[in-house]
Design a binder for this molecule. Structure first.
Ligand code: FAD
Length: 280
């Protein structure tokens, strides 16, 4: 770690960290990135640790691969939303090499990790030769391929708070082909009490604006009501009205708006299928 941080400080803007290489190497092939110095994090064991801390939170080193999360029983039982979303990242081979830290630092607006971190209120630990700082998920990504990281800094680990009791989660994304980046996606979390009343609700949409966004206000109407009263159609329409979707060569803003409506409806339905006592 000392050596990596020293090289990053010494070479400043000219240095790039390489993690799984699944986004950086294609960018270098296309000459979209031409770093003079690559700092490979693969040999730093601390960055590959995946642990549950004493307070019940999940601490993931930045170099933990997508597939390690998917194969970890502690993750699937405590933080199931991670699995629901991350199995949609690319293909098996890419998930074997690509890392959570690489995905967050690459900051593609369609990346599932940024959405999961927002939904679960994750915190990012950032390190440099000058020390460490903690950044909330909402502040880590600033825009398309743009993060809060300054030259000389690297993302060392991500902390996911302890599992929430009585919560269920739903995910839905729409991509042209399985493994492609999503054209739109949504993640929903519902806190439900023993009387089947919704006590809290979270919503994240991604792949539609320049970064993933929490839209809990869209679901505020369902808080305090019974789950049987949840109107998915209305929630989908409200989410579509709350976003400012971008157009690119993959989809127009109008199409993305429609897809958000559909994704929110389906993510909500998926969460309700997993209500505690039903199938959780
Ligand atoms: P790298 O490619 O090694 O690095 C990416 C960037 O992050 C670089 O700028 C690098 O300098 C920086 N970086 C990496 N780690 C750190 C760190 N710890 N601190 C500071 N900077 C760091 N992703 C999705 O989310 N969803 C998809 O559907 C999807 N589909 C894909 C399809 C294809 C065909 C391919 C090739 C990739 C796809 N990806 C997708 C991207 C994939 O998830 C990558 O694994 C991920 O974006 C980058 O992770 P990496 O570890 O390979 O990072």
């Amino acid at each position: 770690m000392e050596e990596a941080l020293g090289l990053l400080q010494q070479h400043g803007d000219d240095a790039r960290v390489i993690a799984g290489g699944q986004s950086l190497v294609p960018a270098m092939n296309l000459r979209m990135a031409t770093p003079g110095m690559l700092v490979d994090l693969a040999g730093i064991d601390a960055l590959s640790a995946l642990d549950v801390a004493g307070d019940g939170s999940l601490i993931a080193g930045a170099m933990v691969t997508h597939n390690r999360f998917l194969r970890d029983d502690r993750v699937s039982s405590g933080w199931p939303a991670i699995g629901y979303a991350i199995r949609h990242v690319a293909h098996e081979q890419i998930r074997n090499r690509g890392t959570v830290g690489g995905s967050l630092c690459h900051a593609d607006p369609a990346a599932e990790w940024a959405a999961v971190c927002l939904l679960l209120d994750a915190e990012m630990q950032v390190m440099s030769r000058d020390g460490e700082r903690t950044v909330a998920a909402d502040s880590f990504i600033k825009g398309v391929y743009d993060t809060t990281l300054a030259p000389g800094e690297l993302l060392s680990r991500i902390r996911f708070p302890a599992p929430l009791r009585g919560w269920c989660w739903g995910f839905h994304e729409i991509a042209r082909r399985h493994g492609d980046f999503a054209l739109a996606g949504a993640l929903v979390g519902l806190g439900v009490d023993e009387n089947s009343v919704v006590t809290a609700a979270r919503l994240v949409v991604f792949a539609v604006e320049d970064r993933a966004r929490r839209l809990d206000a869209v679901l505020s109407d369902i808080v305090g009501r019974g789950v049987a009263e949840i109107d998915g159609e209305l929630a989908g329409l409200s989410a579509a009205a709350a976003i400012d979707p971008r157009s690119d060569l993959h989809a127009s803003a109008e199409l993305r708006s429609h897809l958000v409506h559909v994704c929110v409806m389906r993510a909500l339905a998926a969460a309700m299928e997993r209500l505690p006592g039903v199938r959780n």
